[in-house]
Design a protein around this ligand. Structure first.
Ligand code: 5GP
Length: 121
């Protein structure tokens, strides 16, 4: 596939355990950890360990189908975990690009909940 020439982000350091994060789920492919600046009582980020070109969702192609499925399945499992503060439902968000409010260019799924959420933006 397309080469990933973008520089690494802070999330690579979290994957490498070079900087601390509160990890809530991990397997060979994905890592999930609490957002450092939570927007709601429960706020978890799910990332592919290997970015593999996925700086953002608009870079996704057929080669990413497996990891994208894994991100969503992990997100759903996390939102089912009342121990993390989630209630009956959550919001799943992917910010993409400057207009989408993206800050970290390593694809990540936000799982936000623990309260009744209002409007989108
Ligand atoms: P974006 O706007 O790119 O979708 O969201 C990036 C998210 O990463 C933000 O919600 C921000 O709080 C979170 N974040 C940025 N740096 C760190 C960090 O070093 N540790 C953790 N746990 N979250 C971070």
């Amino acid at each position: 596939g397309q080469r990933d020439q973008a520089p690494g982000t802070i999330f690579d350091k979290i994957v490498a355990k070079e900087i601390p994060a509160t990890i809530v789920k991990e397997d060979r492919h994905i890592l999930a950890f609490k957002d450092i600046n939570p927007l709601a009582p429960a706020h978890v980020l799910v990332i592919p360990k290997d970015r593999n070109g996925l700086t953002n969702l608009r870079k996704a192609s057929a080669e990413h189908r497996d990891i994208l499925g894994r991100l969503l399945v992990a997100g759903g499992e996390i939102a089912n975990d009342s121990g993390l503060g989630f209630g009956d439902g959550a919001r799943f968000v992917i910010n993409d690009g400057p207009d989408g409010g993206q800050e970290v260019y390593h694809l990540h799924l936000h799982v936000i909940g623990g309260q009744k959420l209002g409007s989108m933006c």
